[in-house]
Design a protein around this ligand. Structure first.
Ligand code: F6P
Length: 328
């Protein structure tokens, strides 16, 4: 049932992603545009449980569209996993006369939001933001494009030293459950091979393929490895195995790590965040609750929260298929 919404709260939750600030700005400014009051909650669900929030004016989100991180801070909250924690969160929303909650975050944050919305019949909407791009129903999540570009820049730099020394590099990128970052950064960076959670590459077949390319005249190579690569081995174990079985190469390992989470958001992420932020507010005012805003086939959409957290999203077969063609 459509409720009267005057006060909207917004938070960022889970791992930060470049473009979260642009999304906060869009939520605050569209709220003000529609004559609503917008409250920023600090440190995600942690701050909500503690009642750490303040009213945001349009001017309070000036000069943030270009900044990485999140001005609202973020956290992964253990307490929000408990009924008691969620009850405290609900009481703080009621105490502050908040009518609806916007959560900018990834799948973990959305799961918490769904439980909360059902428990207290509270209007919520999610804006997908994670560098992993692993939220179903949207083609892209906020932060993925920037992070993929950051990883690609790192790979480009590693290429210089790899070719100068005739070395083989294993480069770990983030992505616990999905290989989007590894695939996009690896393809764009011209990696020799890409190991992702969606497909078991087989370590011996990797060794054979690297041996073949060495014999075909390649003097250096780079293999991009997603954090959650299917074999379950970490990047050091993979590198050691290859080194032991392919004596022709001197091997090095680089973990790009949290560098991928920082930095100025790209044009794509800023525009995506702005569009999804506005859509989230408009959907709430239109009575669409327990939903998520997304970007599908070049259109901004609103779809059920349930779909965002239950459907599986992984790197497409089409992308997986072209990796070996490009490294022939
Ligand atoms: O979910 C985003 C992500 O960046 C993952 O790719 C990574 O595995 C994880 O967060 C790291 O989390 P933390 O910063 O808490 O160590």
């Amino acid at each position: 049932m459509k409720k009267r919404i005057q006060n909207i709260a917004v938070m960022t939750s889970g791992g930060d992603a470049p473009g979260m600030n642009a999304a906060i700005r869009a939520v605050v400014r569209s709220g003000v545009y529609y004559n609503k009051d917008v409250f920023g909650i600090y440190r995600g669900y942690e701050g909500l449980i503690e009642g750490d929030m303040e009213r945001y004016s349009a001017r309070m989100v000036s000069n943030i569209i270009n900044r990485g991180g999140t001005i609202l801070k973020t956290a992964r909250s253990e307490e929000f996993r408990t009924v008691e924690g969620r009850k405290k969160a609900y009481e703080n929303l009621v105490k502050n006369n908040i009518d609806a909650l916007v959560v900018i975050g990834g799948d973990g944050s959305f799961r918490g939001m769904k439980v909360f919305a059902e428990e207290f019949d509270f209007p919520v909407i999610g804006i997908p933001a994670t560098i992993d791009n692993d939220i179903s129903g949207t083609d892209y999540t906020i932060g993925f494009d920037t992070a993929a570009n950051t990883a690609m820049d790192a790979i480009d730099k590693i290429r210089d030293t790899a070719s100068s020394h005739n070395r083989l590099f294993f480069i770990e990128v983030m992505g616990r459950d999905a290989g989007f970052l590894a695939t996009y950064a690896g393809l764009a960076g011209g990696a020799e091979d890409i190991l992702i959670p969606e497909k078991d590459r087989g370590i011996d077949s990797l060794v054979n393929s690297l041996r073949r390319s060495k014999r075909s005249g390649k003097t250096s190579s780079m293999v991009v490895v997603a954090e959650g690569e299917k074999s379950g081995k970490n990047v050091f174990e993979i590198a050691r195995y290859v080194e032991e079985n392919l004596k022709e190469y001197e091997v090095r390992v680089v973990i790009i790590g949290h560098i991928q989470r920082g930095g100025c958001p790209s044009v794509f992420d800023r525009v995506l965040a702005s569009r999804l932020g506005i859509k989230a507010v408009e959907a709430l005012l239109d009575g669409q609750y327990n939903m998520v805003t997304g970007f599908k086939s070049n259109h901004v959409i609103v779809y059920p929260l349930e779909q965002a957290i239950t459907d599986q999203k992984g790197v497409s077969q089409e992308l997986i298929r072209i990796i070996p063609i490009l490294t022939t």
